[in-house]
Design a protein around this ligand. Sequence first.
Ligand code: HEC
Ligand code: HEC
Ligand code: HEC
Ligand code: HEC
Length: 466
Amino acid sequence: MASTTTVVSDLRGAGRHPAVGAMSCAAASCHGGLGQPGSKGSEFTTWALLDPHRQAYAVLLNERSVQMAKLLGLSEPAHRSKVCLTCHVGTAESPDLFEASPHDRLGVSCEACHGPASQWLAEHTTGSWQSLDRTNPSVREWKAEAGLRDLTTTAKTAGLCVRCHVGEAGREVNHDLIAAGHPRLNFEFSSYMRLYPKHWNAPQSAEQASTNDARQWMVGQMVSARQSLDLLDHRLSRKTGPSPELSEFDCYACHHDLHTAQTGPGLGWRQSEGFSGKNPGGLSWGTWHAALLPIVAPSAGQPDEELTTALRALEESLEDPAASAETRQAALQRARAVISQRLDEIETMPVSADELAARIAWLTGPSADSIRDWDRATQTVLALRSLHQSLGAMDTRLRSPAADATIRELIESLRFETRDEVLFDSPRQFSPVDFRSGLKRLAPNLQPVPVSAPVGAADAPGILPR
Ligand code: HEC
Ligand code: HEC
Ligand code: HEC
Ligand code: HEC
């Protein structure tokens, strides 16, 4: 394994944008320091050693990508094709970056997230940049005009990630790409932020730090859903391309074993549970982005009714083959408008431990009864993990090893099966009946109970410490 110093000196200079000549983000005195990962001045080093994005270009040269390009009939190999480079290297703002070598060897690097540097680099490298007050609106405006992306709020940061991790017009992982071998995109912002080796250490108030995971979950749910609707809008309005776009629908409604045929007279769970009032065998809209939205910002302790109604109308219009383009468009715009409005409210909404506990109670209670597919089950567990993380950070008495162990157990139950070295790229053994009963059995571990509660108090309503 190469030492930190060799890796960094190999890469120094490689982070250079062609427009910037000899200047590079990776200089030791700029972002290429050798401090602790995430420390100021060591951003490039952190990225070069730990960031999953550093290899995003390299994977376009692997066997899977070569095969994908062949199956899709691309006119160029994956590492030369805009179809792939647009997410694996690029910035939509500056598509010319693709042409630049050696820049594109770096994968998703500094400018793909922070914006093209040509307009601000000269000022950026002077001492006065350091003294700019980033909370000052006119400084932020000037930076944004020069092309430096504003990432100062949770919604703005999430809005950056979803452009590649959910997709948008001009950058898509559709069913054609998936069928050719691309992994399905299952983005959940708070989980991805946990996984992401951060190269920054932004100052936060104690309140911000303790509510971070919960707020990232709430904001991330809304931002991802809004992005998925914008992508759907693009897919519904275009004249060419697959229609309907199969990746909008529940993957495992189509890709599952036919249990009845295999298990004799017993019915598979779909037939024994019924089809939720829908036509047996009809298309099901995918639940990944929408399933939990009404619980993100409940009003008066109840799921958001306006949002539930809007999402249901959209679902019906998409699942009804006879629905007109106008009906679908109207339902989509309605749902999008409600989501945008909620997003504005959530960003500044105070979050208390009681409110997080109420969401946990919903996720393990009434909402759990509606779990019928792997997507909703997985989103539920990821939500529980983020909410618990915040509860523990808000009040150490609410930190619960039993809850952590339970969440780990649920995550294990959702993993795809591996047999004889073969990883099945689908949850072929997933049973919503078993998952729901597991969740119900474990639910008491997930309810926050204060350690200092007097005997008998745990039975009383309002169990959180005041
Ligand atoms: C909409 C953006 C987008 C487009 C377009 C795209 N990808 Fe990806 N790709 C991603 C993301 C995001 C991931 C990571 C998925 C994850 O782990 O959540 C990924 C993962 C991959 C992986 C798996 C990487 C690994 O580490 O195992 C391969 C291989 C890949 N992409 C190849 C391609 C090829 C080839 C193309 C063009 C035909 C392409 N991608 C187009 C966004 C995209
Ligand atoms: C995947 C997207 C992504 C990539 C790639 C990326 N960054 Fe960042 N960067 C962020 C986010 C998100 C933040 C957090 C912004 C915040 O919270 O204010 C950040 C923060 C920073 C900060 C701190 C900013 C501040 O005002 O506190 C610096 C400096 C920075 N990045 C430099 C770099 C450099 C240099 C590279 C390339 C080696 C890079 N970044 C690559 C997303 C990215
Ligand atoms: C320009 C497109 C782009 C942007 C913007 C982007 N990503 Fe990615 N991201 C990718 C691609 C492509 C991959 C797959 C890299 C690979 O496996 O080679 C990836 C991989 C990842 C992974 C690793 C996933 C895994 O399965 O191990 C994490 C975590 C991640 N991104 C988080 C983020 C976060 C958080 C943000 C926003 C702050 C973000 N990304 C913004 C394109 C992007
Ligand atoms: C409406 C039904 C439908 C939905 C929904 C659907 N697919 Fe498919 N999928 C198909 C059909 C049809 C094929 C082509 C099968 C063939 O050629 O034998 C296919 C092919 C594939 C393949 C190619 C490999 C193989 O063994 O066939 C993969 C991988 C795949 N789909 C994954 C997914 C994923 C992931 C999703 C959800 C994001 C999804 N599909 C949603 C119908 C569907």
